[in-house]
Each structure stands twice: as C-alpha cells, then as structure tokens.
Design a protein around this ligand. Structure first.
Ligand code: NAD
Ligand code: DAU
Length: 339
C-alpha cells in the first residue's frame, strides 16, 4: 500500500505521516510538499532515511511534477493536506489561497483519474460551514449544514470541497472528505493561536487576543484527527463527508489564561487587539456520523492534550525558535505592529 500525502511538512500532515508509519509498518508513504513558509523539512528529519518514506519537494499546482510522481509511485490512496491554512494571511492576500487550495486540488484529482487511484481524500475544515451564534449552544455543524463561508481561506476550502464532490459525481472518482475542527499539538506553526501564545508567554511578550476573546473553537488533539482520517480512508464510504470534532468548545480567552497558568506567567501579558475582519464567532462539530459509522471517538482530553503540547514546545525550543527568528518577524510586525 502506497499513500501519497501532500503538505506533509506542515502541522497535521507531518503528524499524520508519523502516525501512519507507526500504525502500518508495511505501508510506504510518499510526501509531496512545496515547503512554503509553513512547511518545515526539519520536522521530517527523523524519517528521512526510512526506506518506507520518500519526500519530494514540489507544488501540487505543478501538473507535470504531479503526474511524474504518480507515474513513478502509483499511489493507492492520496490524502491532500497541502493548503494555505491561515485565515489572517488569507485576509491579507487571498490569491495564493485560491491557487493552492482550489487549483492544486483539481490537479491532484486529475492525476487520480489519469492513474486510477483507489481513493482521493480531501482534508477539509469545519470553517466551510461558517459560524454559529454564541447564544445557541444547542446548534452544531452536521454534514448537512449548508456551506456558508466567511473568509477567503474558508471560501477556498469550500470551493475545493465542491470540486471534490463534482469529480465524484461527474467522473465517478472515488473520493471522501473530512471536515475537522481546530487542531492543536506538536509541530503547530506559531502563527496560530495556541503555539503563538505558548511562544510569546515563554518570551514574556504580549499575548494578542482578538476582540474580546469570546470566540469559541472546538479543539481536537492532532493525533485524534490523524486516527479519524486513517479510519475514513480505509473504512469510510466513497463519496461521503465526515465531520471530525472533539465536543471540546472553549473561548479563546480561557485558552490563553490556561496557557499563562500552565507556564506560570502573569495574565497581565494579555493584550486585547483589534478584531479579525469577519471573525467567525463559534465553531462546533457534531461528530455523530463518524462515531456511528466508523466507531471514532477522540481519545485525548483537552487537559491532557494541552499539557502534552506545552511540554513539547518546552522540549523543542530550537524547532519554533528557528521559525520565529526568520521571515516570521516581518509577518508578526505586519499583523500585530499597529493593531
Ligand atoms: P500548515 O499550514 O501547517 O501546512 C500546510 C503544508 O502544505 C505546508 O507544509 C506547506 O508547505 C504545504 N503547501 C502549501 N502550499 C502547497 C502547494 N502549493 N503544494 C505543495 N505543498 C504545499 O497546515 P495544517 O494546519 O497542517 O493544515 C493541513 C490541512 O488541514 C489544510 O488543508 C487545512 O485546511 C486543514 N485543516 C486544518 C485544521 C487546523 O486546525 N490546523 C483544521 C481542519 C482542517
Ligand atoms: O476550524 C478549523 C480551522 O482552524 C482550520 O481550518 C484553519 O486552518 C486553522 O488555522 C484554524 O483556524 P482559526 O482561525 O480558528 O485558528 P487560529 O489559530 O488562527 O485562531 C483561533 C482563534 O484565536 C480565532 O478565534 C482567532 C483567535 N486569535 C488568533 C490569533 C493567531 C487571537 O485571538 N489572537 C491571535 O493572535
């Protein structure tokens, strides 16, 4: 069994590769990644010499490179993590999001058609459903919730999802889609809430909370997401969408306070800054379908997961310090300088 993983030098893709090599010792994993600012080859260093693993630096929009790789490897399954993934960057400049997230997805699916791949899996997001109001805690996103996006990022992911469904219906391509809530854990790029707050806390820097910090996200430990995708690609029904989420809703401000507390830092570091444009209020996934059909349940509780995550950032300072010492500083200044 050969699995082609795109975007495997990023946060969730790398965790997925580690999980799969461990869980399925007889599988071969081929990773294609463009190594954008979010991709980090050092993350994959421990498996670079593993004969079951191959890394290829390429853009999923590069049709020739993608077709050549499919010809060489004949993957049985393709799992597409590759994306521009940060909402704030999509607000600053949407075009690369449309290119990678939509065009890249179509190139990969064309290759799957051409080379007869058994399953194309699209890693999508709960953000395609838009947001829920804070005063209706009874509402959750199900797979039937209409697509209703807010940001250029979520719109590009929704566009890709629609294209995946179109390839299924029009060409009979064997596809599946998973829509997951916010992940956290090791190798999370420090532009996102949890790793940014951990890094800033450890450097005694202000903790920039957007608006009043009341927005709610449904946090899932990354390994639980990887387990869910493993189930969907092997046992999930073709053509289906599966929601993945941890029933773990938390307000941003409570997460930031918790991180301060765990690291022994004062809450006076918290700084309220101008809100994100079009900021989604609440995400909450109903994961009943994947539970009933595939028996998936999250295994790592938030208290345990956040402690493991903080421990990882403490033990792996060179990994994130290298990132935040480079081009990231320009990004940080642009994003937070005058906020
Ligand atoms: P990430 O930004 O950490 O990693 C993205 C990876 O894709 C990077 O390694 C990058 O180099 C690579 N990449 C970007 N453009 C590429 C291109 N054109 N060709 C090849 N590689 C390219 O993202 P992540 O947080 O790991 O998210 C992975 C996937 O999961 C994304 O599709 C995202 O939409 C989805 N998702 C993320 C979350 C979350 O909480 N992070 C939740 C639900 C779904
Ligand atoms: O829900 C799944 C999505 O989760 C994924 O599809 C995206 O790829 C992923 O980036 C994430 O999107 P969010 O926008 O929810 O994540 P982010 O970490 O950027 O922000 C989480 C919340 O924290 C959000 O309400 C904005 C807020 N925030 C974020 C940052 C970076 C702050 O208050 N301050 C910050 O500095």
């Amino acid at each position: 069994m050969t699995i082609l993983v795109t975007g495997g030098a990023g946060f969730i893709g790398s965790n997925f590769i580690f999980y799969m090599l461990d869980k399925h010792p007889d599988y071969r994993i081929v990773c294609i990644d463009k190594l954008t600012y979010a991709g980090n080859l050092s993350t994959l260093a421990p498996i670079m010499n593993d004969e079951r693993f191959r890394f290829v630096k390429a853009d999923i929009c590069d049709r020739e490179a993608v077709y050549t790789l499919f010809e060489e490897e004949h993957p049985d399954i393709v799992v597409n993590f590759a994306a521009e993934s940060h909402v704030d960057r999509s607000i600053e400049n949407p075009s690369i999001f449309l290119q990678t997230n939509i065009i890249g997805t179509s190139v990969l699916m064309d290759a799957c058609r051409k080379y007869g791949v058994g399953r194309y899996h699209q890693v999508s997001t709960d953000e395609v459903y838009g947001d829920l109001p804070l005063d209706r805690p009874d509402l959750f996103f199900t797979e039937e919730t209409p697509i209703h996006t807010s940001s250029p990022y979520s719109s590009s992911k929704a566009g890709a999802d629609l294209l995946v469904q179109a390839y299924s219906r029009t060409y009979g391509l064997p596809v599946s889609i998973s829509r997951c809530s916010n992940n956290y854990g090791p190798y999370h790029f420090p532009e996102k809430l949890i790793p940014l707050m951990i890094a800033n806390c450890l450097n005694d820097k202000p903790l920039p909370v957007y608006g009043q910090g009341l927005n709610v996200r449904d946090w899932l430990y990354v390994e639980d997401h990887c387990k869910a995708i493993d189930l969907v690609i092997h046992k999930g029904r073709e053509g289906e969408v599966y929601n993945i989420g941890g029933h773990n809703e938390m307000r941003n401000i409570d997460i930031v306070r918790l991180i301060c507390h765990e690291l022994g830092k004062p809450e006076s570091l918290i700084t309220y800054v101008t809100d994100r444009k079009g900021h989604d209020m609440r995400y909450a996934i109903d994961p009943t379908k994947i539970h009933n059909e595939l028996g998936w349940l999250p295994e790592t509780g938030f208290e345990d997961g956040i402690r493991k995550t903080i421990r990882w950032y403490l033990d792996n300072r060179p990994w994130w310090e290298e990132i935040i010492s480079g081009e990231y500083q320009n990004y940080y200044e642009r994003m937070y300088g005058n906020r």
